[in-house]
Design a protein around this ligand. Structure first.
Ligand code: PEP
Ligand code: MG
Length: 576
């Protein structure tokens, strides 16, 4: 069999060789049969209940270890149903009374409970129970049918996870010790599974379109997330070649690691700040290990998404304080809640929207639901005493929104001071520039903000009118398009004219083709996945500012297409 290559989007660097672990839903269709020996059928059913119990207990234990006890609670609810004489008893009764097989009896009773619980529309607690019954009965059904229900938390040997998509909770359950890489059908470089992969430092390829169709469970595959390729049916020779490539990459990383304490300067001494993005306080470890000089984006929405209800002021305060203390005075930019778009919050009960990325999200929610916003700002201001805090508002479209947000911040500060609490007086307040309107009007914003941080993940999708989650239009997702470069330049220049600074926290900041142009355009701070910091520092050290300025000038004024821009960058960097 000859090897096949499947292309995808390289979402997190590295190479891995291991058997595939298919994280796909099993086909649970069954045949309804009449039986004669109900005693034997009940025994078979009881065995399935026992096995489900063992499997869920194991998942719960693993989830407790990797995610904490709160997240593991959902599995406690699953176990409760397996122990519930009402639920289990009724299934056995149906087997005896109707003389039908366990699969059919399970389906009949489970459907009855699900319908009953889901009907209680004004009772979210009961609706969640409907979801629990569905989960538990699907597991029992799979066991009865002799099928496997894959669960990322139970993986206990080296694998490459293959899935249609991974939810943030799937990704959080991946144990780095065993999961050597993952590959998905859908997604792009800026989808949240990709961002999580980079913070976990697991090689990943997303948007392969057909990996779940192309690979069988247990088949050895190679993930080359440097080239964005999956190799199916590899020969012994392919395996040996990629083992060599993996070793070379490891050596390269060891070289980069030597720069952990080095300054972020070009060959001729132009210095910028290289910072990292985080989603949770746990990510700070990788930030420090990779020598980042600050945190350029703390995505606080994970604090909200990982919780069953709004995090309290004290819970938030603890999280922010932990990060600020761990960073020991280095700058930490905390972005206020950016819920909406692809980041859902079940307990916020947002209406379904036609265009969630253009809808009720981020600062729009914060300015509308000020009680949520104020709680976050109080926690942040209290935490400001423990480090170098900067606050940033997401998705600002108008100057009025910034003024309103700033006014809420000032009011919260005045309340805290009146209560006798202390608040640091050095907090810089800035905005994310991720909506073209803000980029165009940067000169006006620059008079009032302390800094800008360009969010290219969104800025590109809004400028190009191309959904960042949709592979069909991913060809339009063009960071190096001269139109994007001009918007960025406009923001940087506007900030400098007012004596302010501009950073970038979108994925483009760590993109090795974009970095030379951004340096040449005068970007002051680059915030990226922690795993990209050292290679960016290494790249910078091989370049000189005057060359980069000329490059930026040509890309901005002479290039019409992405290809022309890439050629200009390559002409400079490949001579190094
Ligand atoms: C961005 O839009 O570039 C950004 C950093 O924010 P997020 O990816 O969280 O939307
Ligand atoms: Mg954004």
């Amino acid at each position: 069999m000859t090897a096949e290559f499947l292309a995808g989007i390289a979402a997190s660097d590295g190479i891995a060789i291991a058997p595939a672990y298919l994280l796909t839903e099993p086909d649970l269709s069954f045949e309804k049969k009449t039986i004669s020996d109900s005693g034997a059928e009940i025994l078979r059913f009881e065995e399935a209940v026992k096995q489900a119990h063992q499997e869920i207990s194991l998942i719960k234990k693993r989830a407790e270890e990797s995610l904490g006890s709160e997240e593991a609670q959902v599995f406690e609810a699953h176990l409760m149903f397996l122990d519930d004489p009402e639920f289990i008893g009724q299934i056995k009764q149906v087997i005896t009374d109707q003389l039908i097989n366990a699969e059919a009896a399970l389906d009949q009773i489970a459907q009855m409970f699900i319908t009953m619980f889901s009907a209680m529309e004004d009772n979210p607690y009961m609706q969640e129970r409907a979801a629990d019954i569905k989960d538990v009965s699907e597991r029992m059904m799979a066991i009865l049918l002799g099928l496997k229900v894959p669960s990322p938390a139970t993986i206990d040997h080296e694998v490459i996870v293959v899935a249609h998509d991974l939810t943030p909770s799937d990704t959080a359950q991946l144990n780095k010790k065993y999961v050597k890489a993952f590959v998905t059908d859908i997604g792009g470089r800026t989808s949240h599974s990709a961002i999580m992969a980079r913070s976990l430092e697991i090689p990943a390829i997303v948007g392969s379109q057909s990996i779940t169709q192309s690979v069988k469970d247990g088949q050895t595959i190679i993930v080359d997330a440097l080239a964005g390729q999956v190799i199916l049916n590899p020969s012994q020779e392919d395996i040996a070649n990629y083992q060599q490539k993996a070793q070379d990459f490891q050596k390269q990383k060891e070289e980069w690691a030597k720069l952990v304490d080095a300054p972020s300067v070009t060959q001729d001494g132009h210095q910028v700040e290289l910072a990292a993005n985080i989603g949770t306080p746990k990510d700070v470890e990788a930030v420090l290990a990779n020598g980042a000089e600050g945190i350029g984006l703390y995505r606080t929405e994970f604090l909200y998404m990982d919780s069953a209800n709004f995090p309290t002021e004290d819970e938030q305060f603890e999280a922010y304080k932990t990060v600020l203390e761990a960073m020991e005075g280095k700058p930490v930019i905390v972005r206020t809640m950016d819920i909406g778009g692809d980041k859902e919050l079940p307990y916020l009960d947002l209406p379904k929207e036609m265009n969630p990325f253009l809808g009720y999200r981020a600062i729009r929610i914060s300015l509308d639901r000020t009680e949520i916003f104020k709680t976050q700002l109080r926690a942040l201001l209290r935490a400001s005493n423990y480090g170098n805090l900067r606050i940033m508002f997401p998705m600002i479209a108008t100057l009025k929104e910034f003024r309103q947000a700033k006014a809420v911040l000032e009011a919260v500060k005045a309340d805290l001071l009146a209560e006798g609490q202390t608040v640091a007086d050095t907090i810089q307040v800035g905005i994310m520039v991720e909506i073209p309107a803000a980029a165009v009007l940067a000169d006006q914003f620059a008079k009032e903000v302390d800094f800008f941080s360009i969010g290219t993940n969104d800025l590109i999708q809004y400028t190009m009118a191309a959904d960042r989650m949709n592979e069909q239009v991913s060809y339009l997702y063009q960071p190096y398009n001269p139109s994007i470069l001009r918007l960025i330049k406009n923001v940087i220049d506007a900030s400098h004219r007012e004596g302010k600074w501009t950073g970038m926290c979108g994925e483009m900041a760590g993109d090795q083709t974009a970095v030379p142009i951004l340096l040449g355009m005068g970007l002051d701070e680059f915030s990226m996945s922690a795993s990209s910091v050292l290679k960016t520092r290494s790249l910078m050290q091989s370049l000189t500012l005057s060359d980069l300025q000329k490059l930026a000038d040509r890309a901005l004024n002479e290039a019409g297409t992405v290809d022309e821009v890439v050629e200009m960058v390559q002409a400079l960097t490949q001579n190094k």
